[in-house]
Every structure is written in structure tokens, then in C-alpha cells.
Design a protein around this ligand. Structure first.
Ligand SMILES: [Zn+2]
Length: 417
């Protein structure tokens, strides 16, 4: 993107840029950008962010975390109308956590001769003082003279220990446009070249027109799968109160993963071109809504900085139960802790050149050039195979037996982010 005055949503030159929250602030977002024009900012807030902010899951989340909205209010997650299980004439409304009965339409009461002797209605105890006025109004409307009747109120408890039933709507589609906006703005902000990508142009159109049905045509997941929690549980401490955005290249595509607290988890394909990022680069936006901070980092660098301990061990070729037992039982080899002394199969010490090549292999592992890398339980484990060296042996201090080294194993213990 060349021009700072171009709005990233409508793609027009504008001079009224505003502060845009990439993650809505009423969801605890603290990531701000400044290249969205006033008009687009307003319509994004009304048509795009609202799908996410007003999602019932978000209401539960905001209530749990006590996050205030723009008007300073914390939503109560359960709202709407409820029904009494047996008295189907009674309707209730949930207001700020309190269930209130709605007045029933008044009914005329007649005696056996069909003569009107009064009217009745049922209302919430908190509306007791309105009973008179409601009945007067009703009787007048029926063409009757309210002064001919007297009002009598009766208090009946109809809803203690009762299970009320109501509906809770969970949107499974519309909210995705809110997540798409987050992914797009994150990508454009951190990878400015992405702005000119054909898919970026398409996405900005969808966002500008809040065209929800077009979102489904993109490669976007359901939004409820535990895609990040499952795959990155070893890297991140998911107990922390935060939202995570994740930009990376997968299968030659640019992908954004989003994890909004633990509620929504989604993957969105942003481009058919992965060259915006270096291979293995994973850009993270880590938005902590407890300490109200938003930080950005490259996952690989962050992990390298978080390494607490490094353990080097060797994998051996084992040819007998006896050898296996020796290896398992506090195996010590010559040169352990300093530089391992390397032997050939006949038991002769190798020349220096082999020792140097061996040590270079270990260095390679530290530069993350291992044959296999895995992350399990807070350990980054790398295995470097010994293919292009002559067979190398270590000598047991205890028995003098030789053990062939097949690979070096480096385990780096890191602190979860
Ligand atoms: Zn605009």
C-alpha cells in the first residue's frame, strides 16, 4: 500500500481517518489502526462488528469478564421472552437478570345470566399499583362505566420453583463477517503489500457492503472448532485472558487464525499467495484483555527467547537386551558433559575432523535445521540423524562397550507463552 490517505475498506483517498479497533473494544480489544475513514468506520461498527459484539456467546463472555460496552453497560446474557410451563396464558420477560410477568389481556367476567359483573387480569407484583388504571382503561374501551365496578387485587404466586422456558438464539453464520474484518485489518496492517492482493480487494468489498452471504463463499471455517487450542496448546497458556490472532503461510496460502478468548476459533484463507511471509513465520497479535495490552511477535522468535533449559542426548542403535539395559540404567560415556569422545567400530578414537563434523551437527540443531522437530509438553524436541558421517560410537565408562550413535536429540524446554 502506497498512500497513507487511502482508506483500507472503501479504497478511496480520504482525509477523515479515524481510530479503528481491529478487535471491537467492547470485546476487550486493544488493537487500533488509523487508516479507516469515518464513513467506513461507522458502517463497520453498525453492520460488521455488531454481528460479533451482539452474538449471544459474546454477551456471556462480556458478562463473565465484566467488559463494558460503548454506553458503559455490561450485557446480561439471557434476555427475551419466557413462558410458564402450565399457565400458558402467562408470558414473562427477562430484564437485567430479573424475570417479570407481562400483564395478561383483561377478560370480562360474566355471571350465569350473562351479565357483566367485572373484569380480571393478571400482572406482575411490581406492577400492582397500575392494576386500577389498567382495568379502568379496559372497561372504558368496552363501553362500560368503570365507576360501576370496584377493584380487587389478589396476590398469587405462580412461579416459585418453576422451570420457565424460552429461546436463546445462537447465530452460526453472520458473526463470521466480524471475524473476517479482524483478519483482513490485521493482515493489511502487518503485511502492507497484502493490500493489493486480489483476495484482499474482494474482502474489502465484502466488508464495505457488509455482504454477509459472500463471506460463506470464502474459505472460512465454522468458527466453533478448537483449531488453535488443539494445535497450539503446547505453545500457549490458554488460561490467560486474551484474544489471539495468527497470520501464517500454510500450503501456499496466507491464513489467519483467530481465537477470541475461547468462544470463537476460526481459520480464514486470505490469499492464494503465501510469499508475504517467510517460511515458518507466524505473526501473532496477542491481545490481553485483563491487563489491556496488545503485543505483536513472531512465534519462532518468541519461543527461542522463552527457552529455559536445553538437554542434549543421543539415540543409539541397540542390538541386544543387555545393551538396552545398560543404556537405560544411568548410561555414562567418555567425554560426557564436555565433548563426547568418538570411536569407530573397531574401538579407535576418531581423528579431530570427525569430532568437528559431529559438533557442527549439534550446532545445526540449534539453528533449527533438524530432520524432525516436534513440540510436546513444553519441550521443543529436535532429532538430527547421522547419515553423512561414518558410523560413530560412544564408549561406556562402566563397561567399555561401544554404542553406535544414530541421531542427536536436543530438547529445549520452553515456557509457554
Ligand atoms: Zn472508507
Amino acid at each position: 500500500m502506497k498512500n497513507k490517505n487511502i482508506c483500507i475498506i472503501c479504497r478511496k483517498a480520504k482525509n477523515n481517518m479515524t481510530e479503528e479497533h481491529v478487535i471491537p473494544d467492547s470485546l476487550g480489544g486493544h488493537y487500533k489502526i488509523y487508516n479507516v475513514c469515518k464513513g467506513c468506520n461507522d458502517s463497520l461498527g453498525g453492520d460488521v462488528d455488531s454481528t460479533l459484539v451482539n452474538h449471544n456467546f459474546s454477551k456471556f463472555f462480556r458478562h463473565n469478564e465484566q467488559i463494558k460496552g460503548e454506553k458503559g453497560k455490561i450485557p446480561f446474557p439471557i434476555s427475551g421472552y419466557f413462558q410458564h410451563p402450565t399457565r400458558t396464558d402467562l408470558k414473562y420477560k427477562m430484564c437485567h437478570g430479573k424475570l417479570r410477568q407481562l400483564p395478561t389481556p383483561p377478560q370480562l367476567i360474566k355471571n350465569n345470566d350473562g351479565e357483566i359483573i367485572g373484569a380480571s387480569c393478571s400482572l406482575d407484583i411490581s406492577d400492582k399499583n397500575d392494576a386500577n388504571a389498567i382495568m379502568k382503561k379496559y372497561l372504558s374501551r368496552q363501553g362500560l362505566d368503570p365507576t360501576q365496578f370496584y377493584t380487587q387485587t389478589e396476590e398469587t404466586i405462580v412461579h416459585s420453583d418453576t422451570t420457565f422456558s424460552g429461546k436463546l438464539n445462537i447465530d452460526i453464520r453472520d458473526f463470521k463477517i466480524g471475524l473476517l474484518k479482524i483478519a483482513y485489518e490485521f493482515a493489511v496492517d502487518k503485511v502492507p503489500k497484502y493490500f493489493d492482493d486480489p483476495m484482499a480487494i474482494k474482502i474489502s468489498e465484502i466488508l464495505e457492503t457488509a455482504n454477509i452471504s459472500e463471506v460463506e463463499k470464502l474459505q472460512i471455517s465454522t468458527g466453533f472448532e478448537k483449531i488453535i487450542s488443539k494445535n497450539f496448546d503446547d505453545f500457549f497458556d490458554f488460561e490467560k485472558k486474551r484474544h489471539l490472532l495468527w497470520l501464517t503461510g500454510v500450503n501456499n496460502c496466507l491464513i489467519c487464525f483467530i481465537r477470541l478468548y475461547g468462544l470463537f476459533e476460526i481459520s480464514i484463507k486470505l490469499s492464494d499467495n503465501s510469499s508475504y511471509l517467510k517460511e515458518w513465520d507466524m505473526l501473532i497479535c496477542d491481545n490481553n484483555f485483563k491487563n489491556k495490552k496488545c503485543v505483536f511477535y513472531n512465534l519462532n522468535n518468541k519461543l527461542t527467547n522463552n527457552i529455559k533449559n536445553t538437554y542434549i542426548s543421543f539415540e543409539h542403535h541397540v542390538s541386544s537386551r543387555q545393551e538396552y539395559n545398560e543404556l537405560q540404567n544411568n548410561f555414562k560415556y567418555e567425554g560426557q558433559g564436555k565433548e563426547p569422545k568418538l570411536y569407530n567400530s573397531k574401538g579407535d578414537v576418531f581423528p579431530n575432523a570427525i569430532h568437528i563434523a559431529f559438533n557442527n551437527k549439534i550446532k545445526e540443531a540449534f539453528n533449527h535445521k533438524a530432520d524432525t522437530i516436534s513440540v510436546v509438553n513444553g519441550f521443543l524436541t529436535q532429532i538430527i540423524k547421522f547419515d553423512n558421517l561414518p558410523p560413530v560410537f560412544l564408549k561406556s565408562v562402566k563397561t567399555g562397550n561401544l554404542f553406535r550413535v544414530t541421531a542427536i536429540k536436543i530438547e529445549e524446554e520452553f515456557e509457554k507463552i
